[in-house]
Design a protein around this ligand. Sequence first.
Ligand SMILES: N[C@@H](CCC(=O)N[C@@H](CS)C(=O)NCC(=O)O)C(=O)O
Length: 229
Amino acid sequence: MISSLFGYTVGGTAQMNLTLYSSQGSGNSYKVELLLRLLRQPYQTRPVDLRRNEQLGIEFLARNRFGQVPVLVDGDIVLTDSHAIMLYLAGQYGDPVQHDWAPLDPLSLALVMRWLSVSANEIQNGLAIPRAVKLLNWPFDYMQGVKLGYRTLRIMDDHLAGRKWLALEHATIADIACYPYVFLAPEGGVDTRPFHNVLAWCRRIEALPHFWPMPRLQGIPAVPLVPVP
Ligand SMILES: N[C@@H](CCC(=O)N[C@@H](CS)C(=O)NCC(=O)O)C(=O)O
């Protein structure tokens, strides 16, 4: 079932070749969807219900053996991992003259990759995992995650002092990759309020042309914030 369509009419026909397997509430799905919106790229989504473990079903595992969303299908191409997908989308569908979301010169690429790694490691383990423990009862050490989350926010806040974007002089996929689990952190009990540079950076992302806010999960329990160490 196609859950939603987000297409633009070009010359009378909707262009819709991209399919994103995603889950509501998943920051890794959202970051890809946000980039698609920023690129003004038509796509359709197919929902994968993580609460019902649909990601572990035979049909889904055939697309991603890791059993994780997001998965992007573009014709015969099947891509997994949000960061790999973002690199592909920026290169394949971006207009570098208008906005280069993933510059390919070696230094720029290295600086962007540096923050994609932070997104996949420190942010995933320090901010996404505590949230998943609280929202989905994932069996991970909550306080170990929160400790890493606060350490990561402190580093990001220092890094963002006097600079607007994480990697380069303009917004890149590094910013889009790191953003979701930072702004969602309070849902996992991580208090972002003392990290003023990080919050200002979030507001800059939210002010980007064609920014699209994440559809939020409704009725989730309020999680007490762990005091900042
Ligand atoms: N490195 C992957 C991580 C993806 C990931 O952790 N996806 C979560 C949802 S946000 C998932 O599908 N989890 C299901 C599971 O692990 O069973 C990426 O960036 O796409």
